[in-house]
Design a protein around this ligand. Structure first.
Ligand code: ZN
Length: 212
């Protein structure tokens, strides 16, 4: 069986970051985050990096074309198995990724399905330590002492502005609207698996592992 690259698709809070970490640690996948790639390329001061820096310094969005060139310059599809995380974000990007980067190299879209009400609950209960940045959840990962950070003892556990309920609901709606055509695209090509993001991380890991 040919080894497949994985394209993780899931709303913020759906647990795809956790799975990406497990696949990197246990299966030697390489994790591709376009944000990280952009920063690394700028740090390298390559011609491409300077071009990216210019766009970002001007406060503009990095174009799809630039992202594709960045991927082409940084992935070696024959040497590694990759997880694309948070990219593609829309149908056009999914098509271009296939055509310009993957070029027939086997890949599977993995959709982390989660109930919106559950996700809202999970995200609105997230708290971040204002001192050290440790992340808690008032339901699933409470600090040992209420209101106090386990890591640093700080007492400034706060909710991020973008974790407020109406902001989250709006963000999820935008996500659903743009991601639906992406899911249909992979589905039509027989390259989509859906995982129930409510399962345990180990169960999800085993399920995805069985497909690659
Ligand atoms: Zn802290």
């Amino acid at each position: 069986m040919m080894k497949s690259h994985l394209i993780f698709i899931g709303a913020p809070g759906s647990g795809k970051g956790t799975q990406a970490g497990k696949f990197v640690a246990d299966k030697s996948f390489k994790h591709i985050s376009t944000g990280d790639l952009l920063r690394a390329e700028i740090a390298k001061q390559s011609a491409l990096g300077l071009e990216v820096k210019k766009v970002m310094d001007e406060g503009k969005l990095v174009s799809d074309d630039l992202v594709i060139r960045l991927l082409q310059a940084n992935v070696d599809l024959a040497a590694h198995q990759y997880i694309f995380d948070g990219y593609p974000r829309n149908l056009s990007q999914a098509q271009t990724l296939d055509k310009e980067v993957l070029k027939g190299s086997p890949s599977i879209g993995v959709y982390f399905e989660i109930d919106v009400a559950r996700l809202v609950e999970r995200l609105t209960n997230r708290r971040t330590c204002g001192n050290c940045g440790a992340i808690y959840n008032l339901i699933s990962k409470k600090p040992k002492i209420t209101g106090t950070c386990d890591q640093c003892g700080g007492t400034d556990l706060k909710q991020r502005a973008d974790d407020k309920e109406d902001v989250i609901k709006n963000r999820l709606q935008v996500f659903q609207d743009t991601v639906s055509p992406v899911l249909k695209y992979y589905q039509d090509l027989g390259r989509l698996i859906k995982v129930d993001a409510e399962q345990s991380p180990d169960a999800i890991f085993n399920l995805i592992s069985s497909k690659v």
